[in-house]
Ligand binder design. Structure first.
Ligand code: AMP
Length: 360
């Protein structure tokens, strides 16, 4: 089916105002597109600093949402927890990619795992739990080692509690601070990987190679691109990501995080229908980066080449790490990206640095 191509000069509406929106806006600007960011309290935000227009208004402000939607040519997002009702309201006035169906799957871990399992794709064993008693029952079934997670709004290991033999389920339940949880069996993985796949309005897809992600204190610390693993496992990871993007009928960019098991298989941990921290290396090492792919996908343009010109190692700059900027600026070959955040709070993603390596 023919679709509308938005030419350079068009305006992309961005829901969410963090670094992912910022880097998308920068990629958009390079191709001649403007960005209009919408988020509560977004004046001076990382994305607002580089956007042509800013609306700072709440997710419940229907009038502001309508005015915003009428002022842009398409809407996308950098935060998957934008309320589905917002996306549906905006959709009355302008195309929104990804849409409400994709968000409702990605916002809830139970929905997400059900969706993935229904495609025949494996995850950790899991059960929903709504009380400490239910947690205890599930742990008896799939434990003893488990992770209890809130079903919604968890990220970077927040809203999670490890359950070991001897852990009181009531303590774990209290720790997640939610009335809806999911208990997952603990996976003894050999490494964590992710695949980022872009999918255009016409259904064409382009996937970056699987990368290895190393976490520190529940936050991504380093990404090694490509992942050092067998060609079979890498191919399986890519197949899984493509299958999910297709089944979601996604338009945009999808990141799928997976565990690699000792037998070389993969289990899906979670996914995000937006650019992802583990894809930042593509800015410096690939013909077209993940942010450019998002712009291309939502504007109906052909996807760019995902070919990498180099291998890469990306290091996140968290909190006070960003104070190292003078030394990183002076390091030959270190490609420094800072997000324009004024305050370096602990655990806050302030920037990243990518170092290129000879292509394998
Ligand atoms: P998540 O917020 O779901 O990505 O979880 C944060 C981190 O906790 C993951 O990157 C893993 O290192 C670890 N983790 C999450 N779920 C599991 C699991 N079922 N088994 C083992 N480790 C896990």
């Amino acid at each position: 089916m023919a679709h509308r191509i938005l030419p350079p000069g068009s305006t992309i509406g961005m829901l969410g105002d963090g670094q992912l929106g910022r880097m998308t806006a920068l990629a958009a600007a390079r191709l001649g597109y403007k960005t209009h960011v919408y988020a509560p309290g977004s004046e001076g935000s990382p994305c607002a600093q580089v956007s042509a227009a800013v609306t700072s208004a709440g997710w419940d402000d229907l009038d502001a949402l309508e005015t915003f939607a009428r002022s842009v040519d398409v809407v996308t997002l950098e935060w998957e927890n934008v309320p589905v009702a917002v996306v549906e309201h905006l959709g009355r006035f302008t195309p929104v990619h990804p849409g409400g169906k994709v968000l409702s799957v990605a916002q809830d871990r139970v929905e997400e795992k059900s969706f993935v399992n229904a495609l025949g794709i494996g995850t950790a064993p899991w059960r929903a739990a709504r009380s400490a008693e239910e947690v205890a029952r599930v742990v008896a079934e799939i434990g003893p080692r488990c992770i209890l997670k809130s079903t919604r709004l968890g990220y970077d290991g927040k809203g999670q509690a490890r359950i070991e033999p001897g852990t009181d389920p009531a303590d774990a339940w209290a720790a997640i601070g939610s009335d809806a949880g999911i208990v997952e069996g603990f996976v003894s993985f050999t490494c964590e990987v992710s695949v980022i796949v872009a999918r255009g309005l016409d259904g064409t897809m382009a996937a970056y190679p699987a990368v290895e992600n190393r976490h520190k204190d529940g936050i991504l610390d380093k990404t090694l691109a490509p992942a050092r693993m067998s060609a079979e496992t890498a191919a399986e990871a890519e197949r899984v990501a493509r299958r999910i993007a297709e089944a979601l009928d996604l338009v945009g960019v999808l990141a799928v995080e997976m565990f690699v098991t000792p037998d070389g298989g993969v289990l899906v941990n979670e996914m995000a229908p937006r650019p992802h921290n583990s894809g930042h290396w593509t800015m410096d090492a690939c013909h077209s980066c993940q942010f450019e792919q998002l712009v291309r996908a939502v504007c109906g343009l052909p996807l760019g080449s995902v070919e990498r010109v180099a291998d890469a190692e990306m290091e996140n700059l968290i909190g006070a790490d960003a104070d190292r900027w003078p030394e990183l600026m002076a390091e030959p070959g270190a490609r420094l990206h800072l997000y324009g955040k004024a305050e370096a709070r602990p655990g806050r993603k302030m920037g990243h640095v990518t170092r290129l390596l000879p292509r394998t």
